[in-house]
Design a protein around this ligand. Structure first.
Ligand SMILES: Nc1ncnc2c1ncn2[C@@H]1O[C@H](COP(=O)(O)OP(=O)(O)OP(=O)(O)O)[C@@H](O)[C@H]1O
Ligand SMILES: [Mg+2]
Length: 443
């Protein structure tokens, strides 16, 4: 890239570094909560080991051993929240935090947006002397960057400029650079980060990058970047799993201001499966004394869960609704059999399943068993059918299930499922028969 084209890109970029509020409209499909960094009103549940690891690495960084963390997990699992907590604690220990957040854009690419945003926010808070030390004679980040590009440099001017500013900030004291939601970063920012990490030397700098791993379809351009990054010695990976039952209890205690009723805890664990964001939405309007969840799902929760499903093709959406009627994990062959009886050919079902898996909506549980990553989505999709619409699909599931006798626990499960599908198909006698067989097997 020539200096001129880099410069013009930068001018476009810095001329239009959008405020995050402006970006929501552009992004169009950000989920209901617009992925705001949540206020830290409640204490973090769990994540002790993760905080410890990060704190140790930050202490090393403060001593001149830089590090880069790739923190990943599914949407809503708490990546931003963890990093926020760690940064707040570090700030109290004297760290400077540069916070860059990437935004999902559809048609435009705002080059260097997260990095420039982070530097803007830093410049807004820094005192005049510190700003002058870091930016030299420039009064603003824009001026500095423009000068760096237009000065006597070779083509890599902007990388050097960003590198130099960040190094200068870190020269003044231990610094954390956060890049949140890297899956949406523009290519220029990713290159600049690779450049920064590859050039790590004795700096008091830690880079904390987060990304949603479920969003990365096989062809996502971030894979290549990650593969290269993982080969660098300073790079460490941190995977965030869902919260366990005890941690959900802890989260609910914070949210409700009291210990949750045991049935409520069970209900939340069953439906949100330890995803803290879904847990939050499930209990959003609940009275602290509630013994159980209501069946009603809030609009925010439904929007959050359905957003991805809406992005699939029409046929893939229908295949997933059929899967939802099935009510439990199934093999791709059985799903294809059922969908086939609903006039969806096998190739279409296979493509739909692949698409849904790529989008992180469905997961392969092993042995070709497929189910929704968030079982709550199955509930919501099921509710998109009226009783009358769902009835014939239950009939097809009942028919398919009746073809394959099993043994032991699986047979008990099959008879219970048959009872339910027959009942919802309006075949009460068959339903009763299956219930009785299930009861016999259970003894
Ligand atoms: N360990 C936790 N304890 C309590 N609440 C949590 C925890 N982790 C996350 N939360 C809450 O759950 C919600 C989702 O968390 P967060 O935004 O950090 O998720 P995320 O992984 O960054 O999601 P996304 O991929 O959408 O950016 C937030 O409101 C946050 O406060
Ligand atoms: Mg986040």
């Amino acid at each position: 890239m020539t200096v001129r084209s880099t410069a013009s890109k930068l001018v476009v970029a810095i001329g239009a570094v959008p405020r995050e509020d402006d970006m929501r409209g552009v992004a169009g499909e950000m989920s209901a909560r617009s992925r705001q960094v949540a206020p830290l009103a409640t204490a973090l549940a769990g994540r002790r080991d993760e905080q410890k690891r990060l704190r140790t690495a930050l202490d090393d960084a403060a001593a001149g051993i830089p590090c880069a963390f790739l923190i990943h997990g599914e949407a809503g699992v708490g990546k931003t929240r963890l990093v926020r907590q760690v940064c707040d604690d570090a700030r109290e220990r004297g760290f400077t935090v540069l916070w860059g957040r990437c935004v999902r854009l559809s048609a435009t690419e705002a080059s260097y947006h997260p990095l420039l945003r982070a530097l803007h926010d830093w410049a807004a808070d820094a005192d005049a002397a510190e700003r002058a030390r870091v930016l030299g004679s420039a009064a603003t980040v824009e001026e500095f960057a423009r000068g760096s590009i237009e000065g006597p440099r070779d083509g890599s001017g902007l990388f050097d400029a960003l590198d130099a500013v960040i190094a200068a900030i870190a020269g003044g004291g231990p610094t954390i650079l956060v890049v949140d939601d890297l899956q949406w970063a523009d290519l220029a920012s990713r290159d600049a980060l690779a450049y920064l990490v590859a050039g790590f030397h004795r700096q008091s700098l830690a880079l904390l990058v987060t990304y949603r791993d479920e969003d990365l379809v096989a062809a996502h351009s971030l894979h290549g970047w990650l593969a290269d990054a993982r080969r660098l010695p300073a790079v460490v990976e941190l995977v965030l799993a869902r919260l366990d039952q005890q941690e959900v209890q802890q989260q609910l205690r914070e949210l409700l201001g009291r210990d949750p009723a045991p049935a409520l805890l069970d209900d939340v664990v069953r439906r949100a499966q330890g995803n803290p964001y879904l847990t939050e939405l499930l209990v959003q309007d609940l009275s602290p004394d509630a013994e159980q969840l209501t069946d009603r799902v809030s609009a925010a929760l439904s929007d959050a869960l359905l957003a991805r499903w809406h992005r699939l093709s029409t046929q893939a959406r229908e295949v997933l609704r059929i899967l939802a009627v099935g009510g439990r994990p199934v093999t791709s062959t059985r799903l294809a059999d059922v969908a086939n009886m609903r006039d969806i050919d096998r190739a279409t079902t296979a493509a739909a399943l692949q698409d849904a898996t790529d989008h992180g909506i469905v997961i392969d549980l092993g042995q070709d068993m497929h189910w929704f990553r968030h079982p709550l989505l199955a509930e919501l999709l099921y509710a998109t059918y009226s009783r009358a619409e769902a009835a014939p699909i239950h009939g097809v599931w009942a028919h398919e299930l009746s073809l394959e006798p099993c043994v032991g626990v699986e047979e008990l499960q099959r008879q219970s499922d048959l009872a339910l599908h027959h009942e919802r198909h309006g075949e009460l006698r068959e339903s009763l028969g299956a219930s009785l067989r299930a009861a016999d097997l259970a003894e």
